[in-house]
Design a protein around this ligand. Structure first.
Ligand SMILES: [Zn+2]
Ligand SMILES: [Zn+2]
Length: 284
């Protein structure tokens, strides 16, 4: 690590983040503690806990100059070391430390202090929540190293559960999505609605009731107008395109119907079955 000489001839550190084993209340358990040196070499004791937590600047200096096992010194201006910092520590703490360093409480640095969002890989200076009072105690508000936008793609907008598939399900987790789809399907009255799938074992199409939560917006909705009847039938199909979905239904019905196809979302909107409210909570 670099040491810098100020005009008085004494050395100082700058743009450094130091993580070490602090804590240690009863027995031997430890936890990560952190301090930093800003661009002027000013010391900031960000998080210090227990009897192993550093109290003074000279203890900090000693920790940097004589590091013991478990002490990490990161140059915040070196992307490789910032990366090490992200890898070595709990995601929630990484977000909280970056947020803390970006408040004016812990000095200024020569460059941006950031973490990299695990989903979109953008370099950002805060997570989904505004940092709250950090004085001495680091406030971890999220367990995930995600930017604000990505956070809400992995967080169910209805029940708040973590689920990486939320963006496929209109912001809902698997469970809530399954409930919502069930609710929508239950609103079909005169019309039949079926899930159509192809079984390679028998080389045949079949209609079935699969796990509804498997259905995503990648599915298609095909409307079949059976000649001579006064109502439509709807098929939900897992296919690669509207055309393919239509072909599947056409084969299944032995070419006896007029067909229309949409993506599932567009189709449900088109036929007035999409519900934007959260009424699906009443569904079984
Ligand atoms: Zn992101
Ligand atoms: Zn949910």
């Amino acid at each position: 690590m670099d040491m810098y000489h100020n005009p008085n001839g004494t050395f100082y550190f700058k743009n450094l983040l130091v993580a070490y084993h602090g804590g240690g209340y009863d027995g031997c358990f430890w936890e990560w503690n952190y301090f930093s040196y800003d661009k002027y070499g000013k010391f900031h004791n960000i998080l210090t806990t227990g009897r192993n937590g550093i109290k003074t600047e000279s203890e900090a200096m000693n920790t940097v100059l004589n590091p013991v096992d478990g002490t990490h010194v990161y140059d915040l201006m070196d992307p490789a070391q910032v990366n090490d910092f992200q890898e070595n520590h709990n995601d929630g703490q990484v977000v909280a430390i970056v947020e803390a360093l970006n408040t004016d409480k812990y000095g200024e640095y020569d460059g941006d202090i950031y973490f990299e969002c695990q989903k979109c890989h953008e370099k950002v200076d805060h997570g989904p929540f505004d940092p709250i009072s950090i004085g001495g105690q680091l406030t971890v508000q999220t367990e995930r190293r995600l930017c604000e936008d990505c956070y809400y793609t992995v967080q169910c907008s209805y029940c708040g559960e973590d689920d990486d598939d939320c963006d496929k399900h209109d912001g809902l987790c698997d469970y809530c999505w399954g409930k919502k789809i069930k609710y929508i399907l239950s609103s079909f009255s005169d019309e039949d609605v079926r899930i159509l799938s192809y079984d390679p074992a028998t080389n045949q199409y079949q209609t079935e009731e699969p796990d509804l939560s498997d259905i995503t917006f990648d599915y298609y909705l095909v409307q079949a107008d059976l000649r001579g009847e006064f109502h439509y039938r709807y098929y939900i199909v897992d296919a690669a395109s509207e055309k393919e979905a239509m072909n599947d239904v056409d084969n299944f019905l032995s070419h006896k119907a007029l067909l229309k196809a949409w993506t599932l979302r567009e189709g449900l909107e088109e036929i007035g079955k999409w519900v934007d409210d959260m009424n699906f909570r009443e569904a079984a």
